[in-house]
Design a protein around this ligand. Structure first.
Ligand code: GLC
Length: 478
């Protein structure tokens, strides 16, 4: 049985701030179903709830050396959906108000990565594949290759590094190479990118295989427009780069059984979906109307999610059309300010909730008719898949995983093609035009119903992706 160790900074339901947490909370179970021995290791943040802590057992306690530091490390574990989750316990590093954003994030995740290396021996779990995710886990790949591969038991471990988002690379000043990361001049070239330490770049070079979360994004990041400076490095490593489209957790995101939404429904009983709209309208004190299309945005409010082109058009669109709009998310102050103003200008039409709340997000997916996701770049994107499963029509820009999962709607006699509305150029004008097209379709009941039924049945489960990952791991045997 293939032994895989996932290394990452978040996993649902223990601690998560975004899509990475969704993936680490559901892909391992899908791999385990396909017959792999998958374990996941992540930090034991202060945010992990007591209900999970009560189920954990202590596997090992030891000291981790990081440069001149001698640091406490406890490894706790629990089993969920056939997957063992390990938690790295060190309160000094992980009992903080937020998962990231501390001045010493570099040190925290260097410690985490070193702890992972030590845990392999202490747990006596030598995986066939160390599968590290995003910059926070990048150093585990580097430590494996540079410091551990020569040690007994580590020599056969292959490594995979998955890029969930190239926007966040982990860049640091070279002054801390030895003192914080515990590396030395021998690793200078590997760690260097343009005179700075770049953890993501180092992991791309050091890993045996690099993957990202959609085939389209794998191509895009090799170009200057999307590579965020790393496109040259990625082109050099093109031979070991692949893209596998994420799925979503079909048990957690299931409108037929979801306990977080007021009224359950399925594609067969889709006529019940509007009850969720009425419930949300009532909860948010919006006019309770079935006949008004409810548009939704659920995202971090940052430019690369397409928030800037939304701000170009939403006040015009809202002013001139009979629609409602609900926005959930927080982020850059200028965008928070824009949406707060929008809600103030249109008190009967717009509600803005500047927070991150998973249950509320599900209520919005269940309530909304049209889901806007005009990202400038989108490695995979999960929201468009969740929205689809909950019967909302996605309006997306053709990029990354959005391109791979949503195809433009068109009619051919009675037949319909596609599963959403899409546009290519990154412009407010195109977003405006496609959103209007989606609204027009929604107003035609027969067409709406046909498209909804198709959208809700599109398969976004993990099964296919899990098989692709296993094939990727198998290539190491070849
Ligand atoms: C990141 C990406 C998102 C992707 C998720 C999971 O959050 O921004 O597009 O779906 O990771 O891979």
């Amino acid at each position: 049985m293939k032994k895989i160790l996932f290394v990452g900074a978040e996993a649902m339901p223990f601690a998560a701030t975004g899509g990475l947490g969704d993936v680490l909370g559901s892909l391992p179970a899908a791999l385990s179903k396909e017959g792999a021995d998958v374990r996941v290791i992540l930090p034991l943040y202060g945010q992990v709830k007591e209900e999970w802590r009560a189920k954990m057992k202590t596997e090992a306690v030891f000291t981790v050396r990081l440069a001149w530091r001698e640091l406490y490390c406890g490894i706790k574990s629990l089993k969920k959906d056939g997957v063992i989750y390990y938690f790295v316990d060190n309160e000094y590093y992980f009992k903080r108000d937020t998962l990231y954003g501390s001045f010493d994030d570099g040190e925290r995740f260097a410690y985490f990565s070193m702890a992972v290396m030590e845990a392999i021996e202490k747990l006596d779990f030598y995986p066939d594949v160390l599968h590290a995710h995003d910059w926070q886990a990048a150093l585990s790949v580097v430590y494996l290759k540079c410091l551990y591969q020569s040690k007994a038991g580590y020599g056969d471990i292959r490594s995979v590094f998955t890029i969930h988002n190239i926007e966040y690379q982990g860049q640091y000043n070279f002054g801390i190479l030895g003192d914080v990361f515990g590396l030395d001049v021998a690793q200078y070239e590997l760690m260097d990118f343009g005179g700075c330490i770049n953890l993501m770049k180092a992991a791309i070079v050091a890993a045996d295989t690099v993957s990202t979360v959609s085939p389209r994004y794998a191509e895009e990041i090799c170009t200057p427009a999307y590579g965020k400076g790393l496109d040259g490095i990625l082109r050099e490593n093109r031979y070991k780069l692949c893209g596998i489209l994420n799925g979503i957790d079909y048990r957690y995101y299931n409108p037929a059984k979801d306990p977080a939404i007021p009224v359950n429904y399925s594609w067969r009983a889709r006529e019940k979906k509007p009850e969720n709209k009425l419930a949300l309208q009532s909860a948010l004190d919006l006019p309770m109307r079935r006949d008004v299309p409810l548009l939704a945005v659920i995202t971090r409010l940052v430019a690369h999610k397409g928030v800037d082109i939304m701000t170009e058009i939403l006040s015009k669109l809202t002013g001139e059309s009979d629609i409602q709009l609900v926005v959930l998310g927080c982020g850059d102050e200028r965008f928070e300010h824009y949406f707060t103003e929008l809600a103030r200008c249109f008190p009967d039409k717009v509600r803005v909730l500047l927070k991150y709340d998973r249950d509320l997000a599900k209520q919005i997916y269940a309530a909304c008719d049209i889901f806007l996701m005009p990202s400038k770049s989108e490695p995979c994107g999960l929201a468009q898949m969740i929205a689809s499963r909950y019967g909302a029509i996605p309006v997306v820009r053709e990029t990354g995983g959005l391109y791979d999962s949503i195809k433009g709607y068109w009619e051919e006699g009675k037949r319909i093609h596609g599963n959403g509305f899409t546009f290519a150029g990154y412009s407010g004008a195109e977003l405006y035009e496609r959103t209007h097209a989606a609204i027009a379709l929604w107003r035609n009941e027969a067409k709406r119903d046909r498209l909804m039924s198709k959208i809700m049945r599109t398969n976004f489960s993990w099964a296919a992706a899990a098989r692709d990952y296993l094939a990727m791991y198998d290539q190491f045997n070849a």
